[in-house]
Design a protein around this ligand. Structure first.
Ligand SMILES: Nc1ncnc2c1ncn2[C@@H]1O[C@H](COP(=O)(O)OP(=O)(O)OP(=O)(O)O)[C@@H](O)[C@H]1O
Ligand SMILES: [Mg+2]
Length: 258
């Protein structure tokens, strides 16, 4: 099994959208996929996958108050994928978010061991991918997602905030943790990918050449937000240009981690 996190320096780069669609694309290819919402500060997967309130969440599993089976929901039938896809949701109530933000280092140390228990169980159940959606920045929960992963896809936009922040993450977080990374630029202004501006991508590649592998450059498509964050386009609109581009990213991931 391969485990990867989606992470970023700043928020809103597209981690959740990309993670959910990658999960669906892998499952459509017949892979067994588990996706976990580890963004306890702003849970999103319940909205994206349209799931009604439930009794147990990942928060409960990490606190050893619920079992592995209780917190994972099988979405294979509703998403009509060839391979199995299961999702673990994070508790979206304000109270739970506040409680989660107040957790100390000790709690997070226990949470990482629980995360590794989950990983081992999924491995025993012969899953092919465990995909971890994380919060942006360097909160404990994001670091736990990175630590539990074989590699991390860092999602960034093409601007100086993300360049500077991503370089800090690579030098001061991923480097010391000795973790592999793939850098994916998302929401790239299409103008930068062709014609006289296309040199920008070469400059960006050069900037990160010594630090990470570049996974790709995904354009900004105005249609992507039309799903209002409640649609997995790989399922509802598999021919959409964003999804076509994302299939190339799937191939690139498989190339790096066969
Ligand atoms: N390639 C793209 N083109 C256009 N819009 C996009 C693209 N990728 C993502 N988006 C949109 O960007 C918004 C933010 O995406 P998303 O919530 O996935 O980001 P995030 O990194 O998970 O955010 P957060 O850091 O808050 O968790 C959403 O409205 C989504 O539809
Ligand atoms: Mg997100």
């Amino acid at each position: 099994m391969k485990t990867f996190a989606l992470h970023s320096y700043k928020g809103g780069t597209g981690k959740t959208t990309l993670g959910a669609n990658l999960a669906a694309l892998f499952a459509q290819k017949g892979k067994k996929v588990a996706m976990l919402d580890l963004d306890f500060q702003a849970p999103s997967l319940h909205t994206l996958f349209g799931i009604t309130p439930r009794t147990a969440y990942l928060n409960d599993f990490l606190s050893e108050k619920a079992s592995y089976e209780e917190v994972l929901t099988d979405l294979t039938d509703s998403l009509k994928t060839k391979g199995k896809i299961i999702v673990g949701f994070s508790q979206p109530s304000v109270e739970a978010i506040r409680e989660q933000l107040a957790k100390d280092r000790k709690w997070h140390m226990q949470a990482i061991s629980q995360l590794l228990v989950m990983k081992q169980k999924l491995e025993e159940d012969q899953f092919d991918y465990m995909i971890l959606d994380s919060a942006p920045g360097v909160h404990y929960s994001s670091v736990n997602a990175i630590v539990a992963s074989d590699f991390t896809i860092i999602v960034a936009k093409i601007d100086n905030f993300d360049f500077d922040g991503t370089i800090h993450l690579l030098d001061e977080l991923y480097g010391p943790l000795n973790k592999e990374t793939l850098l994916l630029f998302n929401k790239v202004v299409p103008l930068l990918l062709k014609g006289k501006h296309s040199g920008v991508t070469d400059t960006v590649k050069e900037m990160f050449a010594e630090k990470t592998r570049i996974l790709g450059f995904l354009p900004c498509y105005c249609e992507v937000p039309l799903g209002m964050g409640s649609e997995v386009l790989a399922v509802t609109q598999p021919k959409q240009p964003f999804i076509r581009q994302l299939r190339k990213i799937v191939t690139a991931i498989e190339k790096w981690w066969p």
